[in-house]
Design a protein around this ligand. Structure first.
Ligand code: NAP
Length: 272
């Protein structure tokens, strides 16, 4: 199996499914090798108008595509698989983008031996800066993982992880963009508290976030080192850091990510 040769169907093309469609198109995947499915006719029309992609029903997608990328909400997955599961030939590759759902959830509802790859990407895929973690289910081979990687590489970075780590990945990088946006939002508010116009505070913090992120990525330095370089003795930064520690920001992050991981497990239990 190699990229661009097989037909990929995005089953349940909502936010994440659209992001995958648009990324594949940007990377040069031929539109005639893409299919999408949607529950509402208005959504189907929107996808065709925006991308020229053919929107079909789920069973046609199963019939025509070699790769089925399932991107429905976890709570909709069982109903979807009740419909299409028995009709999926075992030589198709199923890629799940659903948070929390283990590949065994799919394998229980698909013919014996169907390869399933579990993928957790994130919304910066929209600007080709996604972090995508990929895991093999019981019947997925190296070739299947490589194909999934080829599909997600144009959207940003990819990493292979054991499936047992996927709920943690979901908590860290799947939901991760939301934590950074919350932080930026709070810092803009802080700028306003200090008397800066909103637009100025916004520009200052967004560029500071981008600069810090690029340094983290490109310098190869540990974040502690980078933080220490900004933290001079008896300076302004350490005064701020004392307050962050006093208010338990570090502990809040540990608890928050644990809650996200637990929620991923809960969603999987509810979907079953
Ligand atoms: N959003 C994120 O940042 C993010 C990040 C990582 C992973 N994920 C995962 O990606 C998956 C999708 O999330 P999302 O935010 O993209 O949700 P979403 O926007 O609601 O997309 C899901 C789409 O699937 C459609 N659908 C549901 N059942 C269907 C069926 N039987 N046949 C055809 N279409 C069907 C829905 O139709 P309706 O419009 O009618 O509901 C909706 O358009 C979730 O499992 C989530 O855990 C999301």
């Amino acid at each position: 199996m190699s990229a661009g040769v097989h037909t990929v169907a995005v089953i349940g093309a909502g936010k994440i499914g659209e992001l995958m469609l648009s990324g594949l198109l940007r990377s040069g995947w031929p539109v005639e090798r893409l299919l999408a499915t949607a529950r509402r006719p208005a959504r189907a029309e929107e996808l065709t108008a925006r991308y020229g992609v053919r929107v079909v029903d789920n069973l046609t997608a199963v019939d025509e595509a070699a790769v089925l990328a399932v991107s429905v909400k976890p709570q909709d997955a069982a109903a979807l698989l009740d419909d299409i599961g028995p009709k999926v030939p075992a030589d198709k590759l199923v890629i799940s983008l659903c948070a929390g759902l283990p590949t065994s959830f799919f394998n229980r509802r698909l013919p014996e031996g169907t390869p399933v790859v579990r993928v957790m990407t994130n919304t910066p895929a929209l600007v080709d800066q996604a972090m995508t973690a990929i895991s093999a289910g019981a019947y997925a081979t190296g070739e299947h993982l490589a194909l999934a990687e080829e599909m997600f590489k144009p959207l940003g970075q990819t990493i292979r992880v054991p499936e047992s780590q996927q709920d943690a990945v979901t908590a860290l990088s799947g939901s991760g963009p939301a934590y950074f946006y919350l932080l930026v939002e709070a810092m803009i508010d802080a700028g306003i508290l200090l008397g800066l116009p909103r637009q100025v505070a916004h520009e200052l913090i967004v560029q500071t976030a981008i600069g810090s992120a690029v340094m983290l990525r490109d310098s190869g330095e540990h974040p502690v080192k980078l933080r220490e370089a900004v933290t001079s003795p008896a300076g302004t930064t350490i005064s701020a850091i004392r307050e962050l520690e006093k208010h338990g920001v570090r502990a809040a992050l540990l608890a928050a990510l644990e809650a996200a991981r637990d929620r991923a497990r809960e969603l999987a239990a509810q979907a079953d």
